[in-house]
Design a binder for this molecule. Structure first.
Ligand code: CO
Length: 291
């Protein structure tokens, strides 16, 4: 990796870390979710960086992919367990980082995903397999009496690319690819009181363009125009012109121009915590860009 790219990654990481903690500090009972989302996303732009994906705010059994809706009037409740997941890019080089804010009494659950993340990061060096990292995440979370979420994973990052190889599992798997110097990836353990598997909710707030094809429908053309500057990175429904937006989105999904990221949740009544950092693998360890 050349120095310029390294600098872009670390710059994005510093911005992401700062704004993530500012956003987390705003999460309190009665505060509008939309206010936290807007403040954080505006702060990214004010830093001269780009929004790598809409600020995810997922509560309680929701693990990921919720964000503010259009004219969202939802507020945080007294006992919410709130995952805040933020993505910043500089020249397309992404920092992806998350933490959990506990408005109830779930500090041990929050600590479980954070400890698993710390332990995973401490293992990262060339030659270690992703399966070994997953096994220690699983062991750390289970030793604390919770379950890791098996079907959510960490992921490699590329320029304007959010879900590259390698995949970093949150459970032990046999082998898997070995870590190599110069790899950039996010590790994101999720700990849950629920089943350890997330399912897709019918509600979708976040989408991503995955191919270019001509479309006829006027509202669909408007959507594609509105997201052109995203360079294929995810966007939120609330960011689009709202006239006929559901028709436009369903048309674009059917034509496989857009990929949908439904809200993901564990079983009703369960609680999920998350911690995430982005790192660059070095000769003998790693640099955490978002710390
Ligand atoms: Co991530």
């Amino acid at each position: 990796m050349n120095d310029d790219i390294f600098t872009h990654y670390t710059h994005a990481g510093v911005i992401a870390n700062k704004i993530l903690h500012q956003a987390a500090g705003m999460v309190r009972e009665g505060v509008l979710i939309a206010e936290v989302v807007e403040t954080a996303e505006n702060a990214i732009i004010e830093e001269g960086a780009g929004i790598a994906f809409p600020l995810n705010i997922s509560r309680n059994e929701a693990a990921a992919h919720d964000t503010a809706r259009y004219e969202d009037d939802r507020t945080f409740a007294a006992s919410d367990l709130v995952k805040v997941d933020l993505g910043v890019h500089v020249e397309g080089y992404i920092a992806d980082t998350a933490l959990t804010v506990d408005l109830g009494k779930n500090d041990l659950l929050v600590e479980a995903s954070r400890a698993a993340l710390d332990r995973a990061i401490a293992m990262v060096r060339p030659g270690v397999t992703v399966g070994e990292i997953g096994a220690s995440i699983q062991e750390e979370i289970e030793s604390r009496g919770y379950r890791p979420v098996a079907n959510l994973t960490g992921h490699g990052l590329g320029r304007f690319l959010l879900h590259e190889k390698p995949t970093i599992p949150n459970i032990g798997i046999q082998g898997g690819p070995a870590i190599e110097e110069g790899m950039v990836f996010a590790i994101e353990p999720f700990a849950t009181t629920g089943s350890g598997y997330v399912s897709e909710s019918p509600r979708v707030e976040i989408f991503q363009q995955t191919s270019m094809k001509p479309v006829r429908l006027r509202a669909a053309k408007k959507v594609l125009n509105a997201i052109r500057s995203n360079n294929g990175l995810p966007f939120a429904k609330r960011m689009l012109p709202q006239n006929k937006v559901d028709l436009a989105l369903s048309t674009l999904r059917r034509q496989q121009i857009l990929h949908a990221y439904p809200v993901l949740h564990d079983v009703p009544g369960s609680l999920v915590s998350q911690a995430e950092h982005t790192l660059i693998v070095t000769e003998d360890g790693c640099v955490v860009t978002t710390a």
